[in-house]
Design a binder for this molecule. Structure first.
Ligand code: AQP
Length: 331
């Protein structure tokens, strides 16, 4: 039996990138690996590394939990919880910070990108974020972590931290493996296809939100940037916008990119985009309907309570052993 752990931070709105890079993968894994355990959390402590409006943060935290379930998770087999409700994440995060070097954190491209964008008021927790992320994973002895390509570097650091700890204190943490999808691991911005689609982006034309209605989805895909080659072809270097649209199609439809190119090789961009928009609508609208049923339900609250209890029990035991190993406290 293996344990699979993943999380999403409740910043901005959930995008199609989050869905295709992480959530959909998680659901597929759950369908494939029937003997494994699945822990899934909403990373609200990560969200506050940048300034959040409290009422919005709380709403988004529940939105994400409901959206995860609406995307097809098996409720019985998922330990779904909210990160801040398990205090051991932060406790272990601090211990792991004490096993992480400044130079390692300085090399993290997400920190570099985000701090460049922000310029001022960069919090120290944004800098130490990868140590907390390592704690999220190592606390639960995760064997596998399904993530998008942008989190690969953080996962590598998590592995380094785990190995360093194990080498010094003796075997203790499971060293996790990332699971990155072959197609859909980096969905790009629809307006600037050299940039990752991001949920806290201010330009809403660049991303498809999981909550967008049919008309907005169609409008955004229609206005997605392509090129002047006028030829359906997968060439991320010269036709990055089109390559991104082909990737979205393939990833939603669970087909290969080549298969989509073959089907549309004689079509115009306009016709291809129209079909793609319908594929996206057909995927997102039923998810939104399920989300609407769940968001106000007692069932969601009950699942989060159950998830919190299971995760908390696990985390408490792991931390007790961890402190003992390090020599913290009296016994
Ligand atoms: N564009 C993307 N394509 C594929 N996968 C993506 N992920 C994020 N964007 C894409 C994956 O979604 C999971 C959750 O990400 P996160 O919320 O923890 O943080 P993030 O990677 O920083 O996501 P965003 O959307 O860019 O958020 P903001 O704008 O707030 O920083 C991860 O597995 C991630 O790889």
């Amino acid at each position: 039996m293996k344990r699979i752990v993943s999380g999403i931070k409740p910043t901005g709105t959930l995008t199609l990138g989050n869905y295709l890079g992480a959530i959909k993968q998680f659901v597929k894994l759950q369908q494939k690996r029937i003997d494994d355990e699945f822990f899934l959390f909403v990373a609200d402590m990560h969200a506050i590394t940048t300034r959040q409006v409290p009422s919005e943060l709380r709403k988004r935290t529940l939105d994400i939990a409901a959206m995860y379930l609406a995307c097809g998770l098996d409720k019985e087999r998922t330990v779904l919880f909210i990160q801040s409700e398990i205090k051991e994440h932060v406790e272990l995060g601090y211990i792991l910070q004490s096993n992480t070097y400044m130079g390692e954190l300085e090399r993290m491209t997400q920190f570099k990108d985000k701090s460049q964008r922000q310029e001022t008021s960069i919090t120290s927790s944004l800098f130490t974020y990868p140590a907390l992320m390592a704690a999220d994973i190592l606390l639960y002895d995760a064997d596998f972590v399904p993530v998008g390509d942008d989190q690969k570097q953080h996962l590598e650091l998590t592995r380094d931290i785990a190995n360093r700890f194990n080498n010094y204190y003796g075997d203790f943490f499971v060293v996790p493996e990332p699971l990155i999808p072959e197609v859909g691991s980096r969905i790009m911005d629809l307006q600037e296809p050299n940039k990752k689609m991001s949920k806290s982006d201010e330009m809403d034309k660049g991303y498809i939100s999981m909550f967008d209605d049919e008309a907005s989805i169609k409008r955004k895909i229609r206005s997605a940037v392509t090129d002047s080659y006028a030829k359906i072809n997968y060439d991320p270097e010269n036709q990055p916008g089109l390559a991104n649209l082909l990737t979205i199609y393939a990833s939603i439809a669970d087909r290969s990119i080549q298969d989509i190119v073959n089907e549309y090789k004689d079509s115009s961009y306009k016709d291809f985009k129209e079909d793609l928009a319908q594929v996206v609508v057909d995927c997102l609208i039923p998810i939104q309907e399920k989300y609407n049923e769940l968001i106000k339900s007692q069932e969601l609250q009950d699942l989060l309570d159950r998830g919190r209890d299971i995760a908390s029990d696990f985390a408490f035991k792991k931390m007790r052993k961890c402190k003992k190993k390090i020599g913290l406290g009296r016994k």
